[in-house]
Design a binder for this molecule. Structure first.
Ligand SMILES: O=C(O)CCC(=O)C(=O)O
Ligand SMILES: [Fe+2]
Length: 353
């Protein structure tokens, strides 16, 4: 149960189809989205090369924060350029890039995601370099109603980059090819991530709030009603917010409640979280049977970490009868994905000891 070898991911690309959207004219719509996700869009070449060159130079000089990233709790290597809808003091290139980005994409956000009151709330620059951070694992943006992404680095500086992943299995991962000045627009229902395979990449990201009021109060009111209406992604995100005390008070009971609703609605990310919460006794007494039940559901949907954990639980007879054949079966599936470079997460004892 150790030494998972890491080899490179195969790169396959998402199919983009031209569509016409309101005031923004022709944009490219991604076809590889999950059942719950709204479409995402690529706006081709909305920023000039000159602007991108100076914005990239300035981004390279920025001091990066090492606070924890909300997708994997490792140092983020990001720097805020806008907070609560107010732009920080920035050099000319980055400042112009933020303004141009908003002008190019906010009308599309308002139209495509049906929110005329949407505003840019939070902006940040991210850096992906070898030895620091080369990935953000698949996730939903917790505190944004919608997101606008501009890679500042030209495509020849790196391979890989932004991907979407409709299922929990890495084989459903599709990279979105982005040329110089292309932007991505997506909403909170899109499971996405970053995997830089070679080289280095800088990006400029705007998180959009549904209203200025929500932005100023650091609230995400759009999740509450949707979660009550049965949207599994919104339920999962509320669960994460209560669990981590991010955008909501820390509250394990409510975290488990929302997570179980999302898990019951079939969202693999939530099934994995439910497994971990029962394993660690968060929001409910420690319960290996329930933990195993939810981990196995996530494993069946293709989640690599869940597959390794379920293997371990079958091996130990933890929450299930001991079964070395099933342990080997799940271990093989999980390690095949780990060998493709998928980062594993979860209780360390279940993954690695
Ligand atoms: O760096 C990017 O292009 C996007 C990163 C991302 O998905 C995030 O910070 O939530
Ligand atoms: Fe994201």
């Amino acid at each position: 149960f150790n030494s998972l070898q890491v080899v490179s991911l195969e790169v396959s690309h998402v199919q983009l189809k031209p569509v016409s959207v309101g005031v923004s004219g022709v944009v490219m719509q991604g076809a590889e989205v999950s059942a719950t996700a709204k479409p995402f869009f690529v706006l081709p070449q909305r920023l000039s090369e000159d602007l991108l060159v100076s914005a990239l130079e300035e981004a390279q000089r920025l001091q990066m924060d090492d606070h924890e990233d909300e997708a994997d709790w490792l140092p983020a290597y990001e720097t805020y350029v806008m907070e609560k809808a107010t732009m920080d003091t920035l050099d000319q290139g980055l400042r112009s890039a933020v303004i141009a980005l908003e002008q190019a994409a906010l009308p599309l956000v308002q139209k495509a995601y049906d929110c005329p009151t949407c505003v840019s709330c939070t902006g940040f620059v991210r850096r992906y370099l070898p030895q620091e951070r080369m990935r953000v694992p698949p996730h939903f943006d917790i505190t944004a109603y919608a997101t606008i992404i501009l890679p500042l680095s030209p495509p020849q500086n790196y391979t890989g980059g932004f991907f979407v992943q409709p299922t929990a299995h890495v084989d459903s991962r599709r990279f979105v090819p982005l040329g110089l000045g292309d932007l991505v627009v997506h909403d909170f229902t899109l499971n996405h991530g970053i995997e830089v395979l070679h080289g280095g990449r800088y990006s400029l990201i705007l998180w959009i709030s549904e209203t200025l009021e929500a932005c100023h109060g650091s609230h995400t009111p759009w999740h509450a009603q949707r979660a009550r209406d049965g949207d599994a992604v919104a339920q999962h995100l509320l669960g994460m917010m209560f669990s981590h005390g991010n955008g909501a008070p820390q509250d394990d009971l409510r975290a488990l409640e929302w997570t179980l609703l999302a898990a019951t609605n079939g969202l693999a990310n939530a099934q994995f979280s439910a497994g971990t919460m029962y394993f660690e006794g968060k929001g409910a007494p420690e319960d290996y049977n329930r933990s195993f039940y939810w981990y196995e559901k996530a494993a069946e949907q293709g989640d690599a970490s869940a597959q390794i954990i379920v293997a371990r639980m079958y091996w130990e007879g933890l929450g299930s009868p001991a079964d070395s054949e099933l342990a080997a079966y799940w271990y093989r599936l999980g390690s095949l994905q780990a060998a493709k470079g998928v980062a594993l997460s979860g209780p360390q004892w279940l993954l690695y000891s």
